[in-house]
Design a binder for this molecule. Sequence first.
Ligand SMILES: Cc1cc2nc3c(=O)[nH]c(=O)nc-3n(C[C@H](O)[C@H](O)[C@H](O)COP(=O)(O)O)c2cc1C
Length: 199
Amino acid sequence: MQVAPQQQTTDNRQRATNPVAEAIQTRRTIHLFEPGRVPPEALLRRAIDLARWAPNHRLTEPWHFYLLGRETAEALAHLNADLVAEARGESARQAKRERWLDIPGWLLVTCRTSDDPVKAREDYGACCCAVQNLQLFLWSEGVGVKWGTGDVTRHPRFFDLLGLDPTEETVVALLWYGYPLEIPQTQRQPVEAILSERP
Ligand SMILES: Cc1cc2nc3c(=O)[nH]c(=O)nc-3n(C[C@H](O)[C@H](O)[C@H](O)COP(=O)(O)O)c2cc1C
């Protein structure tokens, strides 16, 4: 199927004139941050304020945000290093701990659990929309984010450390944030590969 030029997401004219399109298309997952430079807390609070305007079915507002301070971030770095050492051996511990200790900012996003599988799925979807709102806003302010869902975020020790009850909340995203040191390149399939039409 042929896509008309004005429909292409890579249309440069649209990117230059629409700040929402610009943020959506240029945002990248950031793995490396400027060391020791933590974005202002007011910016993070504004990002959370915007995140909660995400669509959510039946207005369940299923999300919760935890701004993690240095003490908690360091405890998480040690916990993750423990788990990595258990899985991959002692030699992996130090590099992983140092990598995590270098991350400037930390934010956790959780979703309220539900016994109703349809509600649980829709609530998780809503939380993902909220995370995207948050990271697009931060990106537009020059702050990069990495969305993490590693094994540590499902470990009972993670819940203990953060004082969370796993029967009440699940982890949607452990977010790292800071000023990007490097912006990775990525790509997507062309629209033609993912768009079908029905009469
Ligand atoms: C639900 C979810 C979980 C993710 N978990 C991880 C993760 O654990 N580690 C990681 O490096 N990236 C993670 N990512 C980020 C993706 O790897 C990233 O979005 C993808 O590589 C595309 O890159 P981009 O965000 O720069 O477009 C996650 C993204 C989503 C939506």
